[in-house]
Design a protein around this ligand. Structure first.
Ligand code: FMN
Length: 323
């Protein structure tokens, strides 16, 4: 039994399950290759301090680990996005994803390079923009998501995006961490899922042991949607976008006091809050509360697919009354 999905008409994958292209090295070649090798669609998070050189090396590394299709995802409003996409096109990466900007300037070149184009959106206006731009797949990202995200929850956002972009297939992102979530996403009209937080806890993710430990230890109430790390680092994001991270002493101190933090950053960019540098944000979504142990990424893909299939069969026959 497999999950039927129109994503599979575009990319030759067994399971319509993607790891999110988490930037900063969190989704490196090892994660993308493991997800693809297990029948999902592995994504490299292409936006890192390593730039085009790092990305080229990661693409080659994926190809040394699997012959299956994979993709590259970019934070497209940041400088250097076009150069990174150019690398992906030259290397003939089969799937290219854009987030956080209007994808219009990127789509024609990606299509000329033969890539399937995905765009992640957080609003209906974003979904309309992606549709007009001619992308092949739209990811609807709910506010539960880890990392930078918007304000609408996955449950109301996904069906609204499905209706807005039909017949373009939609992937659901945000708060999905087990087979029940995957099944629910399909019930909302999604054709696949795009998960970040669940894959953060896998050994293939490029996070520190302490980061992984915090993901495993956190409960569903332990994240905060906040601007404080962006204020402290001076990184700009589109309006309505903030970062969801595991709460720590930095967020406890500054969340709700952004104006004060802004003033301090203006005075001392490197060390805005005293002698210590800005702590590393532990970006993660509300789904942290559903993750209690670290499993290999390939096992996660196979488990999610099997659980979703059995939930869809089992629940539908248990709750539907034929009369
Ligand atoms: C650590 C982390 C880093 C992320 N980095 C990116 C990124 O670079 N580009 C992007 O489009 N989305 C990024 N995201 C958001 C994901 O694409 C995705 O929407 C989210 O992880 C889905 O929700 P979930 O975390 O509940 O699975 C990141 C998410 C996390 C947790």
């Amino acid at each position: 039994m497999t999950l039927r999905s129109r994503l599979r008409e575009l990319v030759d994958v067994e399971h319509p399950i993607l790891n999110a292209p988490m930037g900063g090295g969190d989704a490196p070649a090892e994660l993308a290759a493991a997800v693809s090798e297990a029948g999902g669609l592995g994504m490299i998070g292409g936006t890192t301090a390593g730039g085009t050189k790092w990305l080229r090396e990661q693409i080659h590394a994926v190809r040394s680990m699997t012959t299956k299709p994979f993709g590259v995802g970019l934070i497209s409003h940041l400088p250097g996005a076009s150069e990174l996409m150019e690398v992906a096109i030259r290397e003939r990466v089969p799937v290219i994803a854009h987030s956080f900007s209007d994808p219009t300037p990127f789509v024609a070149d990606a299509h000329r390079g033969g890539a399937v184009v995905i765009c992640q959106v957080r609003t209906i206006e974003g979904a309309r923009q992606a549709l007009r731009a001619g992308v092949d797949v739209v990811t609807a990202q709910g506010t539960e998501a880890g990392g930078h995200t918007g304000e609408v929850s996955t449950f109301p956002l996904v069906p609204a995006v499905v209706d807005t972009v039909a017949p373009v297939p939609v992937l659901a992102a945000g708060g999905i961490a087990d087979g029940r979530g995957v099944a629910a996403a399909f019930m909302l009209g999604a054709e696949g899922v795009w998960l970040g937080t669940r894959f953060l806890a896998t050994p293939e993710a490029g996070v520190s042991p302490e980061y992984r430990r915090r993901v495993l230890a956190a409960g569903p109430h332990d994240t905060v949607l906040t601007e404080v790390f962006d204020v402290a680092t001076g990184l700009a994001w589109p309006p309505g976008v903030r970062g969801r991270a595991i709460r720590d002493t930095f967020t406890d101190r500054w969340h709700g006091h952004e104006q004060q933090l802004r003033q301090r950053v203006g005075a001392a960019t490197d060390h805005p809050v005293g002698d210590d540098p800005v702590p590393v944000a532990l970006y993660a979504g509300e789904a942290v509360g559903m993750i209690s142990h670290a499993e290999p990424a390939g096992d996660v893909v196979r488990l999610l697919a099997a659980e979703a299939e059995s939930v869809l069969w089992g629940r539908c026959s248990a709750i539907l009354d034929a009369q």
